[in-house]
Design a protein around this ligand. Structure first.
Ligand SMILES: [Zn+2]
Length: 325
């Protein structure tokens, strides 16, 4: 195809275009546009979208896309790269995950033209981006003060999703079912393959997560034959088939003994909860042999708060016999 159309604009082979999509209007009547940067190679090929900032405070994804643009890595030889650095402009301006009505855009897909704010943002992504792409990466980070070690999330029983996740080759790949009303799920209903990349925590740059995100994107582009070179992975890609949370048994101050990404053994002393006065100390021990794929960084915790997210690959499962129900 010599000419393709994205969001009503024609893009020819070898062309680069900035397309502004009007997402909303502020109460001040200011129009809110968000840009799409579309680069087409000199030969035809697949269309891949890099979508970041769905949760406005998750800055690492935005930085991954920014560095790809800044470094000139957005120009494929074959096919088309669509870069969308900030989906949720409201959240970005307000340092917030959500839009001002408190709703989560990633639980509002496929969205509607006249719905709530979150649902309108979702509607624009579904109307202006998704119909024109073949593949997508949706960039996220952990929530407030919770860091995720770089990881891809995809439905691994789907052959093509599994292939994309393998090509990305993040340190961890989680077999993750579709979440209701998420971009990943609604895009898949339209036959588009979207994987999620998670790295670091909200409102913080995490250099490892940013670098892994860029390298993984390039490996995925190389796999899709869009570019001729991509960096080799620095770490093994561990496939996480199941995961569990370690939660605080008591309220207090949490002191971690472990680092994100680390392998821990069943029964290992992984942290301590204390009161603020030196009156009690409680050991936190690992329930399984597992990798720490997410870690809470906030010291003050309530009973039931998530302290760490543990992921098990086949090797961990073999070495931790499952308990009878
Ligand atoms: Zn997110």
């Amino acid at each position: 195809m010599r000419v393709i159309q994205i969001a009503g604009q024609e893009i020819r082979l070898g062309e680069f275009k900035e397309i502004k999509i009007n997402i909303a209007k502020l109460p001040s009547q200011t129009l809110i546009d968000t840009p799409l940067y579309v680069s087409r190679g000199i030969e035809d090929g697949p269309v891949l979208a890099l979508m970041a900032g769905m949760h406005g405070d998750e800055i690492n994804g935005l930085e991954i896309v920014r560095r790809i643009l800044d470094g000139g890595l957005h120009q494929p030889k074959r096919g088309t790269l669509v870069c969308m650095p900030i989906i949720n402009v409201y959240g970005f301006l307000n340092f917030s995950r959500d839009v001002p009505d408190g709703k989560d855009v990633n639980r509002s897909f496929p969205g509607s033209k006249n719905g709530s704010l979150a649902s309108r943002v979702a509607y624009h992504v579904m109307r202006d981006v998704i119909p024109f792409i073949d593949y997508g990466i949706d960039f996220h980070t952990g929530g407030a003060m919770r860091a995720n070690y770089p990881q891809v999330r995809a439905v691994l029983k789907d052959q093509l999703n599994s292939e994309l996740a393998n090509a990305f080759h993040a340190p961890f790949t989680l077999d993750a079912p579709f979440r209701p009303n998420s971009l990943r799920k609604e895009a898949s209903k339209k036959g588009k393959k979207v994987i999620v990349y998670e790295g670091g925590e909200s409102l913080r740059f995490d250099q490892t997560a940013i670098e892994e995100g860029i390298a993984g994107t390039l490996r995925l582009m190389h796999h899709l034959n869009m570019i001729d070179w991509a960096p080799d992975p620095k770490e093994e890609n561990r496939i996480i088939w199941s995961s569990t949370w370690v939660r605080a048994k008591h309220a207090g101050l949490f002191h971690s003994n472990v680092q994100c990404g680390q392998l821990i053994n069943k029964g290992e002393w992984v942290g301590t909860i204390t009161d603020p006065f030196g009156l009690f100390k409680e050991k936190v021990v690992a329930p399984e042999k597992a990798y720490v794929i997410g870690l809470n960084n906030i010291p003050v915790v309530n009973a039931g708060d998530a302290l760490m997210h543990l992921g098990m690959d086949n090797l961990c499962k073999l070495e931790t016999p499952s308990q009878p129900d």
